[in-house]
Design a protein around this ligand. Structure first.
Ligand code: AMP
Length: 149
């Protein structure tokens, strides 16, 4: 059976951004293990736990952000597939806005650094194509929502 993990692509909107500069920044955490790759907060589903609960729990544990700090964005849910040490892993990401962009991120010992990055910087950090595609898809989703308003 595949390893299963769930998390959030967390973003914030900066105030005082002059168009055409983009005001959206994505949160990426740098692992303190392995090759120190950058990833949104996510983690393994505990036995009997539902996926969204896992995503919220892991975001709290890894970034110090509570459910009350986040506004989940409707209509976005993306599943990634890759192998970790020969075992298939599936990761489910919801998309959520950090309501107060000034909220402090508090890391656990699983991560050594974090960055708020605009889309292209976030894609460079994220490195893996599937993750880059997911960030781009999230960004398109937000822009489409914005255009409808
Ligand atoms: P993670 O799932 O982020 O805990 O990472 C576990 C291992 O999988 C690490 O060696 C990562 O470098 C690798 N990894 C993380 N994300 C991806 C991805 N999207 N595609 C392929 N490998 C990944």
């Amino acid at each position: 059976m595949a390893l299963r993990a769930c998390g959030f692509i967390v973003f914030r909107r900066l105030a005082n951004c002059v168009p055409p500069q983009d005001n959206i920044e994505y949160l990426l955490l740098q692992t303190s293990y392995g090759q120190h790759h950058w990833t949104p907060p996510k983690g393994h589903v505990d036995p009997g736990e539902d996926d969204l609960t896992t995503a919220l729990r892991e975001t709290k544990e890894e970034a110090g952000l509570d459910a009350q700090d986040l506004q989940v964005v409707d209509g976005f849910l993306k599943e990634l597939h890759y192998e970790v040490r020969g075992q298939p892993k599936e990761v489910l990401y919801w998309l959520a806005e950090l309501k107060d962009p000034g909220t402090k991120v508090i890391l656990s010992n699983e991560h050594q650094s974090y960055r708020w990055a605009r889309l292209e910087d976030a894609c460079t950090l994220a490195r893996y194509k599937e993750m880059q595609d997911t960030l781009r898809e999230a960004h398109r989703h937000l822009k489409t929502q914005q255009d409808k308003k």
